[in-house]
Design a protein around this ligand. Structure first.
Ligand SMILES: Nc1ncnc2c1ncn2[C@@H]1O[C@H](COP(=O)(O)OP(=O)(O)O)[C@@H](O)[C@H]1O
Ligand SMILES: [Mg+2]
Length: 281
């Protein structure tokens, strides 16, 4: 893709997202790796130089940095296979981290497992197989809070408030719901444990455009109740429109970060993201 094409795609707007690796020395903004680190000082959740993978000796994440401030809605976009899901799974203890750290409220949580993370306030909604299809909506939500059953009533009310349709369909088997409703069950289940940070892996994937809108709306709603959200999305444009800050992940590294609305108009991001997507087609 030529520079002109990239610029045209980006609407001719000057770059606002800044690469983590190469930052002009004159830049007053702090967007270098050091700057990113400094800005992330009191983040609720942070991952620093995370190296992780599935097979010993083969790393998928090659020193990934990410942080999310309390109350922030952070989006992660990037080409297929960039390691976006791997990053969420590594934070949630499903992929082992061989070097680097993950911290939650200043406490090291690197390689803790799900059962240790959930009580600490981390929720995770995987991309697929995220509901128990043969169980009812209510049973799915009960599964979410089985560690603290006394919380059920209060948390159910919270979830029903966000997703009234789930209350209406509480007796229905989750497997019989539409894709969008299943996604609500999955998010609802994670919310039952009152997470302070929710990790969402491609919540809009496979949904109709109308349902995708609903998922983005719901995500924003969840965030507005005070839950910090880190969301991976294939729908980059929509994701960056709603998030406070975005990351572009490429080849297991955080390549760019910046305000969501800025990244979407950044020709470099358009080039990196659409360029690689173009190749995949
Ligand atoms: N369970 C797994 N075992 C081995 N390799 C995997 C596994 N899951 C993903 N990978 C590899 O890790 C890389 C990153 O995958 P993933 O994190 O799913 O990317 P993304 O979510 O950005 O599309 C890919 O090369 C993929 O083939
Ligand atoms: Mg993925």
């Amino acid at each position: 893709m030529s520079d002109e094409e990239v610029n045209e795609l980006a609407g001719g707007i000057a770059p606002t997202g800044v690469p983590l690796a190469e930052v002009p020395e004159s830049s007053a903004e702090v967007h270098s790796r050091e700057g990113h680190l400094a800005a992330s000082g009191d983040a609720l959740l942070r991952a620093d130089e995370v190296v992780a993978g599935y097979i010993p000796g083969v790393s998928i994440l090659n020193g990934t940095d990410l942080y999310a401030d309390e109350g922030e809605l952070v989006g992660i976009i990037g080409p297929n296979g960039a390691g976006k899901s791997t990053l969420l799974k590594a934070i949630f203890g499903l992929v082992s981290i061989t070097s680097g750290t993950v911290m939650l409220r200043g406490e090291k949580i690197t390689n803790l497992k799900a059962h240790q993370l959930v009580p600490r306030g981390v929720g995770f909604v995987p991309q697929s197989n995220n509901v128990f299809p043969t169980l009812s909506v209510l049973e799915n939500l009960e599964m979410g809070v089985f560690l603290r059953p006394k919380k059920f009533r209060q948390r159910f009310d919270f979830v029903a408030d966000l997703f009234p349709v789930l209350a209406d369909r509480r007796s229905q088997r989750a497997g019989s719901l539409s894709g969008g409703e299943r996604q609500m069950v999955a998010m609802g289940r994670a919310l039952m444990m009152e997470p302070s940070v929710l990790l969402l892996d491609e919540p809009s994937a496979g949904l109709s455009p109308a349902m995708q809108d609903e998922v983005f709306f719901n995500t924003k709603q969840i965030n507005s109740t005070g839950v910090t959200v880190v969301m991976v999305e294939q729908n980059a444009r929509r994701c960056l429109q709603i998030c406070d800050r975005g990351y572009v992940l490429d080849q297991g590294k955080s390549a760019y970060t910046g305000p969501g609305a800025g990244l979407i108009d950044d020709p470099k991001v358009v080039e990196l993201y659409l360029g690689t997507l173009g190749k995949a087609r």
